[in-house]
Write a protein that binds this ligand. Structure first.
Ligand code: F6P
Length: 328
């Protein structure tokens, strides 16, 4: 492997997700394996601008593969959006003799990395870390699988109350712009209806469907609502509408919130993070830049950052159909 690179830096940026620590560990250990130095950057691009760096070796990432969150901490940096901020970041990397940067984060973090490369020619690589699974070029982002398991666990618990009290529960899950979490957990949790931003079927259809299922003998129901769903202003408005337009159901709302982003990563996310970290470092060592590593047909593949940022993930239509059939 041609290797002009002697030192890499790694940072986590944007919303944290389970598996980020496993990815940091993988980047650091792959650097150690190839006998190059590695620097951890704290608080994402904020730390890059402030020079908040710490050298990391194979032993500095012990005991973190099973930990949620990110030991490097994360932030959303306004200053990095300015040319002055990026200039400071570049100077810090030059002063520390860093030759390449691995960014673990979502599309906003990748946009920053790409602009940074275009301005300074600095080699960058992306590892997709977000529970939303909304990044083009990978079937799974880091943290998605863990978040699905966390949400299904919560739905199962809420179902106990729903069925004991004959209640209808609206459960809000994360997904600002996409319904991947809602659709998958809705099917796995046996939801009656799944409301996602990609599909707005209207409030009347929702009430019709709930009425139909009650007439068919169901005594309780669960509706999964993605945070970014457009059908009502918010989940509480949905509840009000159903309260006013349906009789006989005691309706409750449960917003799962940030508990979905935490917790120990699943086996799947740990393995994925380990594979992605190796590929990210080795791609930089091959002299390539501006790629994101992703999982496609169970292989780790490269997608240009520009495509990863601009491409849209599509909702799986087969899952929508399965969910319709399952709620019969
Ligand atoms: O991008 C991941 C995500 O979990 C979204 O689903 C959610 O809308 C957002 O982060 C919440 O962000 P914050 O932690 O800044 O409130």
């Amino acid at each position: 492997m041609p290797n002009k690179i002697k030192k890499l830096a790694v940072l986590t940026s944007g919303g944290d997700s389970p598996g980020m620590n496993a990815a940091i560990r993988s980047v650091v250990r792959t650097c150690a394996y190839h006998e190059i130095q590695c620097i951890g950057v704290y608080r994402g691009y904020e730390g890059l601008i402030e020079g908040d760096f710490k050298p990391m070796g194979a032993r500095s990432v012990r005991g973190i593969i099973n930990k949620g969150g990110t030991i490097l901490k994360s932030a959303r940096s306004k200053e990095f959006r300015t040319p002055e901020g990026r200039q400071k970041a570049y100077q810090n990397l030059v002063d520390h003799e860093v030759d390449g940067l691995v960014v673990i984060g979502g599309d906003g973090s990748f946009t920053g990395a790409l602009i940074f490369n275009q301005e300074f020619g600095f080699p960058v690589m992306g590892i997709p870390g977000t529970i939303d699974n909304d990044i083009f070029g990978t079937s799974h982002t880091l943290g998605f699988d863990t978040a699905l398991n966390t949400v299904v666990d919560a739905i199962d618990k809420i179902r106990d109350t729903a069925s004991s009290h004959n209640r209808l529960f609206f459960i809000e899950v994360m997904g600002r712009d996409v319904g991947h979490i809602a659709l998958n957990t809705g099917i796995a949790g046996g939801a009656e209806e799944i409301l996602i931003p990609e599909e707005d079927l209207g409030l009347d259809r929702l009430v019709d469907s709930l009425n139909k299922s009650r007439k068919s003998g169901k005594t309780s129901s669960i509706v999964i609502v993605a945070e970014g769903d457009k059908i009502g202003k918010n989940i509480f408005e949905l509840k009000e509408f159903v309260d006013e337009n349906m009789e006989g159901y005691d309706v409750r709302v449960s917003v799962l919130g940030h508990m979905q982003r935490g917790g120990s990563p699943s086996c799947f996310d740990r393995v994925l993070a380990s594979r992605m970290g190796v590929k990210a470092v080795e791609t930089l060592l091959e002299g390539k830049t501006n790629y994101m590593v992703g999982l496609l047909a169970n292989k780790i593949e490269l997608t240009h950052l520009d495509k990863a940022i601009k491409g849209k993930t599509k909702i799986n239509l087969e899952l929508l159909r399965v969910s319709d059939i399952m709620s019969t």
